[in-house]
Design a protein around this ligand. Structure first.
Ligand SMILES: NC(=O)C1=CN([C@@H]2O[C@H](COP(=O)(O)OP(=O)(O)OC[C@H]3O[C@@H](n4cnc5c(N)ncnc54)[C@H](OP(=O)(O)O)[C@@H]3O)[C@@H](O)[C@H]2O)C=CC1
Ligand SMILES: CC(C)(CO)C(=O)C(=O)O
Length: 346
C-alpha cells in the first residue's frame, strides 16, 4: 500500500493530510504536539463552495521522536514538505529517515527556491514542486477551511510521470481539486506575482478585501508586480493565467481609480472579507516571514540581470523592520498613503 508522510503539518499540511486520509491513503502527519492536540479528535474540512467532509482519525508522529535512535522508521512513497520556507533548512536535516530510493519529495512552499535546498541535500532523489493557489484557514481548532478557488498543481517530469498521474487521479476531488504540470517554474512565478500582496497585507494589517479597496495599497502592489514582470520578461517566462485578469494586465488594473476598479475587478473583490495572507499571520504570531523567498527571490534574480527593483527592495526593508519591531511588541501598521510615499522614495 502506498504511504505518504506530511512533514510539518500546519494549515496546508493538515488539510492535505486530512484529504489523503479521507481517501483511505496511508498517511502520517509529522507535526508539533499543539497541532496534534487540535486534530486528535478528528477534522472537519470545508470550502467556500460548501463542500464538507469529516475525517475521524489521523495518524501523528512527533518530530522530537526523530531524535530517538531506537525508532524504526520506514521509507515512504511520497514525502510532502509543508513547513514554511523559513524552516526548510532545519527540515532538510530531519527528513533523511523517510527517504528511500523510490521516494518522491513534494515541496509545497510559496515563492522560489525551497526545493533547491532539499535537492542539494538529496541529489539522487526526485524532488518536485507543488503550487497551492488556495487559502486555508482554521475557523476553530479541528476545522480547516479552503477559502478560495484553484487546483493544487503537482510538478511532473518524464521519470515520474505515471506515478504523478496516478496520484492526481487518486487525489483530485471536490474538497481539493488537483492537477499536474511540466511548467512549474512559470506557474510558481505566476503565483509569486499574486503573493506580492502578502507583504502589503502584513504591513496594512487589514483583511485582503479592505486592502484591495484602498487605491494607495493597490498602486504599491502594482509597482511590485511591474518589477516582477520585467524579470520574467528578461527570463522569457510566459506566465500562465491564474486570475480573471491576465498577469500582464494586473498592474494596470490595480492602479485604476476606485470607482472603475470596483466594477472591473468584481471577481478580485469577491473574497471572504476576513481573509488575510500568510505573511500577516506570521507577523501577527511574532514569527519570521517568508519575505526572502518571495520579494527577496525576485530582487536576487533581478540583480543578476541588472534589473532595478526599488519597490521590492523598499518593502523587504519594511518587513524586516516589522519582524524586529514585532519582537519588541511594537505596532508596525503603515497606511496606504505613507507606504506609497516610502516606495516612491518621497
Ligand atoms: N496557509 C495558506 O493558506 C497558504 C500557504 N501557502 C504556503 O504553504 C507553506 C506552508 O504554509 P502553512 O501551512 O500556512 O504554514 P504553517 O505555519 O501553518 O505550518 C507549518 C507547520 O510546520 C511546523 N514546523 C516547522 N518546522 C518544523 C519541524 N522542523 N518539524 C516539524 N514541524 C515543523 C510549524 O510549527 P512551528 O510554527 O511551531 O514551527 C507549523 O506548524 C508556506 O510556504 C506558505 O506560504 C500557500 C498557499 C496558501
Ligand atoms: C492563498 C494566498 C494567495 C493568499 O491567502 C497565499 O498564498 C498566502 O496567503 O500566502
Amino acid at each position: 500500500m502506498q504511504s505518504h508522510v506530511i512533514f510539518g503539518a500546519g494549515l496546508i499540511g493538515s488539510f492535505i493530510g486530512s484529504v489523503l486520509t479521507s481517501l483511505n491513503i496511508k498517511t502520517t502527519l509529522i507535526c508539533r504536539p499543539y497541532i496534534k492536540d487540535k486534530l486528535i479528535d478528528g477534522v472537519l474540512l470545508t470550502d467556500y463552495l460548501e463542500h464538507q467532509i469529516t475525517v475521524d482519525r489521523l495518524t501523528f508522529f512527533d518530530p522530537e521522536d526523530l531524535k530517538s535512535s531506537t525508532l524504526d522508521i520506514s521509507h515512504c512513497d511520497f514525502l510532502w514538505i509543508t513547513v514554511k520556507c523559513t524552516a526548510i533548512k532545519e527540515v532538510s536535516k530531519q527528513i533523511g529517515p523517510f527517504i528511500g530510493s523510490n521516494t518522491i519529495v513534494l515541496c509545497c512552499q510559496n515563492g522560489l527556491g525551497s526545493d533547491d535546498i532539499i535537492k542539494q541535500c538529496f541529489p539522487n532523489t526526485n524532488v518536485l514542486r507543488v503550487m497551492i493557489p488556495f487559502n486555508i484557514a482554521e475557523p476553530k481548532p479541528g476545522h480547516l477551511h479552503r477559502g478560495s478557488e484553484g487546483s493544487l498543481f503537482l510538478e511532473t517530469n518524464k521519470s515520474v510521470h505515471s506515478k504523478i498521474m496516478d496520484l492526481v487521479k487518486k487525489l483530485d476531488s471536490s474538497i481539493m481539486p488537483v492537477n499536474y504540470t511540466q511548467e512549474m517554474t512559470a506557474l510558481l512565478w505566476a503565483k509569486l506575482q499574486l503573493n506580492l500582496g502578502n507583504s502589503i497585507n502584513a504591513l496594512a494589517d487589514i483583511p485582503v478585501k479592505s486592502m484591495l479597496e484602498e487605491r494607495a495599497y493597490r498602486i504599491v502592489i502594482s509597482e511590485l508586480m511591474t518589477e516582477l514582470l520585467s524579470v520574467t520578461k528578461a527570463l522569457t517566462i510566459r506566465l500562465p493565467k491564474l486570475t480573471a485578469v491576465h498577469a500582464h494586465y494586473l498592474p494596470f488594473v490595480l492602479r485604476l481609480p476606485n470607482f472603475i476598479f470596483n466594477r472591473v475587478a468584481k471577481k478580485m473583490l469577491a473574497i471572504d472579507p476576513t481573509v488575510r495572507t500568510s505573511m500577516w499571520w506570521d507577523l501577527s504570531q511574532g514569527k519570521l516571514t517568508e519575505i526572502d523567498h518571495l520579494n527577496g527571490a525576485i530582487v536576487t534574480i533581478a540583480k543578476k540581470l541588472n534589473i532595478p527593483c526599488p519597490a521590492n527592495h523598499c518593502i523587504i526593508g519594511l518587513i524586516k523592520n516589522a519582524e524586529q519591531q514585532n519582537s519588541k511588541h511594537q505596532n508596525t501598521t503603515i497606511s496606504g498613503k505613507t507606504l506609497l510615499k516610502l516606495v516612491k522614495g518621497q
